[in-house]
Design a protein. Structure first.
Length: 269
């Protein structure tokens, strides 16, 4: 008798919470509570917002960058304590003396799997941070190839495309996106742009924003075949959904956008 393995799946929680600026202990407690709640709901991986631990304020976060190692070590302990993997975004003072916005993935034992420096900075971030110089690495989690991006990066087509071409199945994205100003319709980023990135690259994107009122919320798990799950507005909430290998495989077979994007117009597939 031939044993047939079950398709891989990974239960992901988008923790639409927020960090209070310069309130380290409070923000750690907020994350810990969300991780505990997510684990009780069966989540295996929690994605938190951009610069959650310092609160999203570029000037304050940059000032706290020398404490980044301590912040990340504390979150690693939370991952081990709660038995759930987590993505956290913190500032980092590099060995080169520059300050970066980062995202780090810890597994359920508190071991660091990925660490990524934001390559494209937005607005006031450019006054206080330096851009990273490379894309995220990839690591396997529950059978899925996983990479990281941070906020503004995912709005550029080359980010998701490069990760997808390297074999990514799932891209985890902490973000901090505020209400629209002037002609910038920020609500369209999670509503239209992020799902489009997922579909055109046949990947899943877990995009987690801060809750309101300062931020628009609208965290979204965008699947390769369309919207999988999303937050309802700005309120604090956990969005929990499964990333499924069978759905990803079926979508890639039916919609080979990534493969066919490499073929010259008029060329053979």
């Amino acid at each position: 008798m031939i044993a047939i393995s079950e398709p891989s799946r990974l239960r992901v929680a988008l923790a639409q919470i927020t960090g209070v600026v310069d309130e380290y202990e409070l923000n750690v407690h907020t994350l810990s509570s969300a991780m505990r709640e997510a684990r009780e709901l069966g989540a295996e991986l929690v994605v938190s917002p951009e610069l959650l631990i310092t609160g999203y304020d570029p000037e304050v976060a940059a000032r706290l960058a020398p404490e980044g190692d301590v912040m990340r070590a504390r979150v690693a302990e939370l991952a081990a304590d709660h038995g759930v993997a987590v993505v956290v975004s913190t500032p980092e003072l590099g060995d080169d003396g520059r300050v970066y916005i980062t995202a780090t993935l810890f597994d359920a034992h508190g071991r660091q799997l990925l660490h990524h420096r934001k390559t494209r900075l937005y607005g006031r971030e450019k006054e206080y941070f330096s851009p990273g110089d490379r894309r995220s690495g990839l690591v396997t989690v529950n059978g899925f190839r996983v990479g990281l991006a941070i906020c503004y990066e995912i709005e550029f087509g080359d980010c998701a495309r490069e990760l997808a071409l390297r074999g990514a199945d799932l891209i985890l994205v902490p973000t901090a996106i505020e209400p629209a100003e002037d002609l910038v319709v920020t609500e369209d980023v999670p509503r239209i742009l992020v799902p489009a990135r997922a579909i055109e690259n046949q990947v899943v994107i877990a995009y987690t924003n801060h809750c309101g009122p300062r931020f628009i919320g609208r965290s979204v798990l965008a699947g390769a075949c369309g919207l999988a799950a999303n937050a309802e507005g700005q309120a604090r909430q956990l969005v929990v959904a499964d990333v499924r290998e069978d759905l990803l495989t079926a979508s890639r077979a039916a919609n080979p956008y990534l493969h066919e994007s490499l073929i010259e117009p008029g060329g053979a597939g």
